[in-house]
Design a binder for this molecule. Structure first.
Ligand SMILES: *Cc1c(COP(=O)(O)O)cnc(C)c1O
Length: 363
């Protein structure tokens, strides 16, 4: 780890790969011989155009998707997608069908419900979202416009380990916190979106990767900026895009490619998660994981300690040891350590060592 930097376990905005930050720093004052920084250049300039289109191409290549999918860059966070999706696709006759697996999944449903076009396909709320609803638990409405999932539940620390069979109903997924963390059969999804500040870049843009047949036409009554076909027809350049964010996402995608792609990410992420979960499982009950084992997230590890006092002490002492952002979300309590693509193995090792020492000193 670089001098003066910590291992940053924050859930988002989150750690970015150090080589990416250094590259951005090195070319900051003179972006591609333009004599300007990326923050100052026109979004219609040739130098920017190359970045924009290369980023789209790299994301699609990493996901193994072909010409029937497009990548859009939209602002307003993943939260605006909670509104745009039902506005563009759902109706009373063809509602959006939501799997409630956590806090963001429930927020997405709430927006569809506000519009009078949402229904629930399954929920694990009764067990405090400790597990991902199984295929058997899903009630698929054949008339639904889509089934909406949150693929990784950032707050509860659970993640899908299967792709639901929706019996032909289009599959939509919020992958904000596990996008590009592992290879998946992405063709099984019709619409994927991610706020990039978790695993792919700085806050400010959402990546939508969706079937062109879905996004090339929007409901005629929608305002321009809420229509997917505006972003599709104009290559996400109808209005000024957040150029710096897209540039950073492009650098992260190129970094992932250079590391060997999604299978290498998956291998590393599994190894990283294992040492942290082992530290929980081998603690004689001092650390208690929130998620059921079969639903554990490889990105966000959530656990409790014997008391809230110890949890406060854990977060403070961890930071003194160069391990930042370990405090959990207020709705689950306890600790949450986010170990996205950019977290090196050494960071997880340092965390597991610290957990062991802390337990010995406080059990
Ligand atoms: C953080 C997060 C969101 C909210 O993203 P914003 O960009 O802040 O709107 C939605 N879904 C998931 C899974 C998240 O982790």
């Amino acid at each position: 780890m670089e001098a003066n930097r910590i291992y940053n376990f924050n859930p988002g905005p989150a750690m970015l790969p150090l080589p990416v930050l250094k590259e951005a720093q090195a070319e900051f004052l003179n972006f591609r011989e333009s004599g300007m920084s990326i923050l100052e250049i026109s979004h219609r300039a040739k130098q920017y155009d190359e970045i924009h289109n290369q980023t789209k191409a790299d994301v699609k290549e990493l996901m193994g998707l072909g010409d029937d999918y497009d990548v859009l860059f939209i602002q307003g966070g993943a939260s605006l997608q909670f509104d745009m999706i039902p506005m563009n696709f759902a109706s009373k006759e063809h509602p959006g069908s939501y799997v409630l697996s956590g806090s963001f999944a429930s927020k997405a449903y709430k927006e569809a419900e506000l519009l009078g076009v949402g229904e629930i396909a399954a929920s694990s709320k009764d067990v405090n979202f400790r597990h991902i609803p199984t295929q058997e638990e899903l009630k698929i409405n054949p008339d639904a416009a889509y089934v909406h999932l949150c693929y990784n539940n950032t707050i509860y620390g659970t993640e899908y380990h299967y792709i639901p069979d929706t019996k032909g109903v289009p599959l939509f997924a919020d992958m904000s916190s596990d996008m590009l963390s592992r290879p998946l059969d992405f063709k099984k999804f019709d619409f994927i979106y991610a706020g990039v500040q978790k695993n792919l870049g700085p806050a400010g843009v959402v990546l939508v990767v969706a079937k062109k047949s879905l996004i090339e036409k929007s409901r005629e009554t929608l305002p321009t900026m809420l229509r997917y076909d505006t972003f599709y027809a104009k290559n996400s350049l109808y209005n000024t895009p957040p150029a710096f964010c897209i540039y950073m996402v492009g650098k992260v995608a190129a970094w992932i490619k250079a590391q060997g792609g999604l299978s290498v990410m998956a291998e590393r992420n599994a190894k990283k998660a294992k040492i942290v979960y082992d530290a929980i499982d081998n603690s004689n009950g001092f650390y208690r994981g929130h998620a059921d084992k079969d639903s554990r997230s490889l990105m966000n590890v959530t656990f409790r300690l014997p008391s809230e006092e110890l949890e406060k002490k854990f977060a403070a002492e961890a930071l003194e040891n160069g391990l930042g952002g370990t405090k959990g979300h207020r709705s689950v309590g306890g600790m949450r350590t986010s170990i996205y693509n950019a977290m090196p193995y050494e960071g997880c090792e340092a965390l597991a060592d610290f957990m062991e020492k802390f337990r010995k000193a406080n059990a």
